[in-house]
Design a protein around this ligand. Structure first.
Ligand code: MN
Length: 258
């Protein structure tokens, strides 16, 4: 199995390399990722300037690694269209530092990258961990590996784009796993006005809505210390997603040793 790994936190992010290290135990891994942080860049694709790519030394031995002066989506398009010679079986974007829940998916560079894999007919995962003081990335790396194994053995539909989020907890403290849908109204955007002595300027501030949301949503699952797995599809709200049932969750937890 050959897995393309990318992210939106940039090629030096801890989450990327923890994921690569874990995936390497079951697959050949290739990393193509932005050379700097690109969080909240969404699905952006660079069309008005050339893209430069550098083959760089990997932080995990024997992993072909490219650094891209572009967006997460650019990275996947370049990887699948040019850089990777043999067929890729799965695209994984993450592990993002910070959850991508509800309407986050529309601006998330993590999801934006996974989307490019999905649009090219590959199974794709976006995987994120909620922010906290100490980031617990191990459970997410293990879960990505378990999901990759399931995809390898055809235990999941191949036309999937899964948005996976984990609470910021060690595996033993995670309560369970839920198949969810995206929460609506998950954020409020506020604008703060400042002045630098010469001109006005503004900060956009995104704040998560903390009120209890509907059950079965991703925000709800994470608030209850569960893993949230949301099947996404690209015609937004129009079409049901491929059938993924709750039984997947118990299987995953069992394979994670819980
Ligand atoms: Mn990010």
């Amino acid at each position: 199995m050959k897995i393309l790994v990318t992210n939106d936190d940039g090629i030096f992010a801890q989450g990327l390399w923890i994921l690569v290290k874990e995936l390497k135990s079951i697959a050949r891994v290739i990393v193509v990722a932005p050379d700097r942080e690109q969080s909240a860049i969404g699905t952006a694709v660079t069309l008005h300037q050339p893209l430069r790519v550098q083959k760089v030394r990997s932080m995990v031995p024997e992993v072909e690694t490219y650094s891209v002066e572009g967006t997460p989506a650019d990275s996947v398009i370049l990887a699948l269209g040019k850089l990777v010679k043999n067929k890729i079986d799965l695209v994984i974007s993450g592990i993002n530092h910070g959850a991508n829940l509800g309407d986050d998916v529309l601006i998330s560079g993590t999801v934006g990258a996974a989307l490019q894999g999905y649009l090219r007919g590959l199974p794709a995962l976006a995987i994120s961990v909620a922010l906290g003081d100490n980031l617990h990335l191990d459970a997410a790396a293990k879960l990505a590996t378990v999901l990759a194994r399931k995809i390898k053995s055809n235990a999941l539909p191949t036309n999937i784009l899964l948005n996976v989020n984990l609470p910021n907890l060690p595996l033993v403290k995670i309560r369970g796993a839920k198949i969810t849908r995206l929460a609506s109204e998950s954020h409020t955007d506020t604008v703060e006005e400042r002045h630098d002595g010469r001109r006005r300027y503004y900060w956009l501030i995104r704040q998560r809505v903390n009120k209890a949301t509907d059950e079965k949503t991703d925000v709800w699952a994470i608030e209850q210390d569960n893993i949230s797995i949301t099947p996404l599809h690209t015609n937004l709200l129009n079409k049901p997603s491929p059938a993924i049932t709750d039984s997947l969750c118990s299987e995953l937890l069992e394979e994670l040793g819980k």
